[in-house]
Structure formats: C-alpha cells, structure tokens
Design a protein around this ligand. Structure first.
Ligand SMILES: CC(C)(COP(=O)(O)OP(=O)(O)OC[C@H]1O[C@@H](n2cnc3c(N)ncnc32)[C@H](O)[C@@H]1OP(=O)(O)O)[C@@H](O)C(=O)NCCC(=O)NCCS
Length: 179
C-alpha cells in the first residue's frame, strides 16, 4: 500500500489554524535548506496576514488536513479560499518526515476537487518560479504561470504583498489551472 492510500482528509476549524501553522513552519525547512530563510516572528505583517487569511478560509470550510489512517496524526494540510471570484490555494504543506510519498498529491487533488465542488472556473496559487517543489510541482497538476498583466486585482495584490516581504521577490509568480 502506498502512503497516499493511508491518508484520510479531515476538515479543520478556525481553532486548528495554529496546528496548520506548526506544520508549515516545519515544512519551511525545505526553503532554509535551499538558502531561502523565512523569518516572520508573531506580529510580523506576513505572519499576521497569514493567520488572518487562514482563519477566514477555515471559517468557510477551506482548511483540510491530511491525517494518517492509523493514528489520526495531522501530517499535512491545504488552505483554500477565493480571489477574484476564482478558487485560491492559500497554502499546502506536508511535514518533512512524510514528504515525497504522495501526501502532497492527495492534497493537490483535493484542492482541485474543492474548487470544482464550488463551481469555480479556475484555481490559482502563488509560488516561487525556481524551486523544484514549487512551480514545476504545480505544473504536474496542470497549473501554468500567468503573466502579471493577466492576473486579477486580488491576485496582483497578493503578489505585490509577497514581493514586499518575501526573500527573492522577483521569483514570485502566480499560477492558474483552468477547471
Ligand atoms: C510542496 C509539498 C506540499 C509537496 O508535498 P509531498 O507530499 O512531498 O508531495 P508528493 O509526494 O506528492 O510529491 C513530491 C514531489 O515534489 C518534489 N519535491 C518535493 N520535495 C523535494 C525536494 N526536497 N527536492 C526535490 N524535489 C522535491 C518532487 O518533484 C517530488 O516528486 P518525487 O518524489 O517523485 O521526485 C511539500 O514539498 C512541502 O510541504 N513543501 C514545503 C511547503 C511548500 O513549499 N508549500 C508550497 C508553497 S507555494
């Protein structure tokens, strides 16, 4: 049995956002290893914005955890919301010990299914262009980079905000999958 067949998706609530943040903090080790350091202490605009956005998504059934069938442990999550009237993948993260075993694929499949269930025409995300687990990973699922001129105002605002605070700002890109 593959790891992905042992995964159960469980909806989270606003009260579970901190558990998602903890998973994401651990998953960020991938970036640190690649020389991209996120240093956003509690209260930093990036951290504060993320918590608020994720709480809003969680309140609208947009927080989903990948849990192990055996123990029920949370090992990954997605946060889904909307931007410019389309679905928006706010975040996907998997605990380092469980990476590269298909958990992310289960979560990406659910991100698309979540969007389809809500009758969205497209799902968007923002990511780095040059890291193998970012743009190339999403291309596997049918996402393509969208030029800035073709992004709606809310996606453009996300990119602008990220370029203010994230390392390697010029590498941030928006991607879309048409549904
Ligand atoms: C992106 C992420 C959710 C994928 O989760 P996952 O469970 O490892 O995903 P899958 O097992 O379905 O696929 C893994 C694929 O990602 C790529 N990948 C992941 N980590 C990698 C690494 N350290 N080096 C190279 N490729 C990597 C590979 O293409 C890999 O496929 P392979 O194992 O067949 O080579 C996970 O890497 C993660 O949590 N990253 C940190 C958080 C993050 O970057 N989120 C996205 C923000 S835009």
């Amino acid at each position: 049995m593959t790891h992905s067949e042992q995964i159960v998706l469980v909806a989270g609530t606003v009260d579970d956002v901190e558990a998602a943040v903890a998973i994401d903090d651990a998953a960020s080790a991938l970036y640190t290893d690649a020389g991209i350091v996120f240093d956003f202490p509690v209260g930093h605009p990036m951290a504060a914005h993320e918590r608020v956005a994720w709480r809003v998504c969680a309140a609208h059934d947009g927080l989903l955890f990948a849990t192990t069938k055996a123990e029920g442990a949370r090992i990954g999550f997605i946060v889904m919301g909307t931007k410019d009237g389309d679905a928006y993948l706010e975040q996907i993260s998997v605990l380092p010990a469980h990476m590269r075993r298909g958990v992310g694929t289960v979560l990406m499949t659910e991100a698309v299914a979540w969007s389809v269930r809500r009758n969205h025409r497209a799902v968007w995300l923002t990511t780095y262009d040059h890291l193998v687990w970012n743009r190339p990973y999403y291309e596997r699922f049918g996402f393509a980079v969208v030029p800035a001129a073709d992004c709606g105002p809310e996606i453009a605002a996300v990119i602008a905000f990220q370029r203010t605070y994230l390392p390697e700002p010029d590498r941030r890109v928006a991607m879309r999958k048409t549904l």
